[in-house]
Structure formats: structure tokens, C-alpha cells
Design a binder for this molecule. Structure first.
Ligand code: SF4
Length: 198
């Protein structure tokens, strides 16, 4: 691992390869798993604000859950997460004509209807950020449903931290990301980033 400011980054984030392959996975991360996506406290108001804009795209089940418990809940580990339907589907999931899941918030953002892209944890996936006292840990989360993304990343030689440049800058800033790139160059020069899966 390496450390930049108060952020500790696992080497997997720097050496493993990844590019989301929506053709293959159909956006399954929006509907798989047994809890919602982590939400930061100041994002709750943003989720509530965007709700009227996307309401018509949400399923009747999702609307009923939101009416009952709101846009977020506290999961078993005590973390604030997006509300889910049937114990798995994020309430903000929409489906396109090909049956591919999409994030209704991201779609509204791309159409210029909101300035909120989506929760930063969704933007950062498959990176997960956890708080440990004064430190933040940045880890690569492996999940079977993303297998095609690993293959595509290997084919194009794109590492997790490169694929997620935009959300990493959103979370930690431009200067931090530039330092990360410098650190990667140094590690590469010392041949310390060979993939464990190659
Ligand atoms: S994170 Fe995984 S499941 Fe989600 S869109 Fe990317 S490849 Fe698909």
C-alpha cells in the first residue's frame, strides 16, 4: 500500500485492470448485493432534491419504499446506504429498452436536469473508501459480476485508478490525483506493480 496525505491506497487499485463492460454485465451492480450503496451525509439532501425530477422513471415498488422509509436507511453495519427494493435493487434503478440497468440520477444529470451526478460511492465503484479514524482506506472490491470488466481492462491495459480518474478527483482533488500518478511512475520504475492476476 502507499499513502498520500491521509489516504492509504492498496496496490491492487494501481495494478489491477478494469473497464466497466455494460454490454456484458447490464449494469448489474445497481441490482445485485444485499444492501444499498453507501451515501455520505451531505448527499442525502441531494438525493431528496433530485427525487421529483426522476420520480416517474422509478418503479412503483421503489416509490413505495421511498414513501415508507425515505431515500436512505442504515444498514446492518451502521452505514447510511441508498434504499433498496426486495432487499437488493437500488431504488434509483431504471431499465432501458435492452433490459440494461441504469442509474436514474446519472441519466438526469446527463440530460442537464440536475447538478448531482450520483452518490460518490457509486461513481467510485469498484473502489471502496472506508474511514479508519483520521485515515481513509482506498481498496479495490472484487465482485464476480464484474468479470467482463477485468477482461476488458486487461485487453486495453487500463488500471482501476486510471478508469476511475474522474471520481477519484471528485473525491480527493486534482493535486492528490497528480501525486498518485507520480507515485505510480515510481513504483513502475521499481517494477512493483506487476498484476497478481497476470
Ligand atoms: S461496476 Fe461491475 S457490474 Fe457495475 S457497471 Fe461496472 S462492470 Fe458492470
Amino acid at each position: 500500500m502507499i499513502q498520500i496525505d491521509d489516504v492509504v491506497i492498496s496496490l491492487d487499485v494501481l495494478r489491477e485492470k478494469f473497464i466497466c463492460n455494460l454490454e456484458a454485465c447490464k449494469g448489474a451492480c445497481c441490482v445485485e448485493g444485499d444492501a444499498g450503496a453507501p451515501v455520505e451525509l451531505d448527499e442525502v439532501a441531494k438525493l431528496e432534491e433530485v427525487l421529483p425530477v426522476i420520480w416517474e422513471q422509478l418503479s412503483p415498488e421503489a416509490r413505495a419504499v421511498i414513501d415508507r422509509q425515505g431515500v436512505v436507511y442504515t444498514d446492518e453495519e451502521g452505514d447510511l446506504v441508498t434504499s433498496i427494493v426486495n432487499n437488493k435493487d437500488c431504488v434509483f434503478t431504471g431499465y432501458d429498452e435492452k433490459g440494461c440497468c441504469y442509474c436514474a440520477i446519472e441519466k438526469a444529470f446527463r440530460e442537464g436536469k440536475t447538478d448531482f451526478y450520483k452518490p460518490v460511492s457509486c461513481h467510485l465503484y469498484p473502489i471502496r473508501v472506508e474511514n479508519f479514524g483520521p485515515y481513509k482506506a482506498v481498496n479495490y472490491h472484487r465482485w464476480d459480476i464484474c468479470k467482463a470488466a477485468v477482461l476488458l481492462g486487461k485487453k486495453q491495459g487500463v488500471a482501476v485508478y486510471q478508469f476511475l480518474k474522474e471520481p477519484l478527483i471528485r473525491k480527493f482533488g486534482e493535486a492528490w490525483y497528480a501525486e498518485l500518478e507520480d507515485a505510480v511512475r515510481e513504483l513502475e520504475a521499481r517494477d512493483m506493480l506487476s498484476s497478481s492476476e497476470e
